[in-house]
Design a binder for this molecule. Sequence first.
Ligand code: 0WD
Ligand code: CA
Length: 423
Amino acid sequence: MEGHRSRSPNSSYHNRHSAYKRERDDNGKNHCENKRFRPNSRQHQYRPGSPPGQTQLSSRTLSTRRELYERDFPLYKQPVEIGCFSLDSERRFFNDSRQLRYYVEPDRNPNFDLRDGYKERFKKRDDGVKEKLDHILRWIVANKSKLNSRTASACALDADFVTWRGHLTKLLTTPYETKEGWLLAVTRFRGTLYMSEVETETSRRERENRTDRHEEMMYWGYKFEQYTCADTVHSVPDPGGVVNTNEAFCTVVQTRLADHKLLFSGEVDCRDKDPNAPAPPGCYVELKTSAEICTPKQRSNFHRFKLLKWWAQSFLPGVPRVVAGFRDHEGVVVSMETFQISKISHLIKNEYNCWKPTVCMNFCCDFLSFVKRVVTEDSKSVVYLFSWEPRRDVTYSVYRDSQYSFLPDWFVEEMSSQDSHQS
Ligand code: 0WD
Ligand code: CA
């Protein structure tokens, strides 16, 4: 994995460089309590490089400007898989790898028809159902006896942050994102910060108003998985079966970004079927489809936008390669290409003013530090809602017993019960 041996980042403080001090009017509504912190003129400001202890009190916003994050690559420990889980065709949770599939390499020019089965053999997950962190929390409860506690006395998790990989991907790409903002709800519970996405109004509107063409194109990615994945080591893909997007295999990994201990889960498409392949996550393969590249402009856009997202998503859990199927406008896969995650940063070096992995990782690191500073009240029902829109700073507001609370009672009770004590 690249960047491992680089120095840990200095925790320089960027607040005084923030271009925007104005808080955006996010669309929080119907909340019981909303303590919104407004940045004010008496805000303390610190120079980059002042001792960390002195940079704690001031900022109520965080800048996302790229140039503030161009420093050495932060320490990012090799992610370790500490478990996995599966969701079946009805979205039921299993504490095992039953949904893990095996990658079967297709021809170089496979001619897969990604439209096949869209009308007749497609069961789509209801994406109006918000599952929040529930599956991860279920995994934690099922494995709590295996999870080390931070101290002998408390039944705390050995993690500063628990979240989905996808949420971290959004943080990594934030300094380069120009279209979609995000909302992240954070609750501190027994010392651990749980971070769960809240759908923005814009994204809800887009979801509810997708065109038929867009709906169908969303199917193409799953259909590609069906053409390239087998259910067992010795079987072959079955393109005649049903595509059911309820089914998922998720890895649970532990790692550290500078001084942030992370525990997160991400969906994994398949693994290398060679029994001598590296241990997970080293054997995992991410599958993607993308429009075929015909012009230099298209190639440049692919490098600037798509490879950023692909890199961020797979770098986080330590998935080493992405297998891409390039398709035409009719949804026919015309060529295949494998991208090694560790080589993507070299591929993009010729693009003028392109994205940089170090900016992504340093922003994420500073955001997590910001969250640690801000989210001080340890309570299952208090949510600090972090909000970001392109060309703005990150801001936050606090909600008590609101619609944003996301830790389920069953989780809180399990984690509070006597038998969760570990030594
Ligand atoms: O309800 C929600 N808003 C969320 C659901 C937010 C975050 C995650 N999830 C669920 C997903 O349904 C999935 O089971 O968590 C699991 C994946 O989490 P992740 O790995 O952290 O998510 P991400 O990295 O964004 O996506 C990984 C894959 C996607 O692959 P591509 O190649 O398209 O990036 O998970 C799938 C998808 O295959 N996926 C989804 N599948 C169905 N519905 C969804 C979704 N809303 N989001 C991601
Ligand atoms: Ca995929």
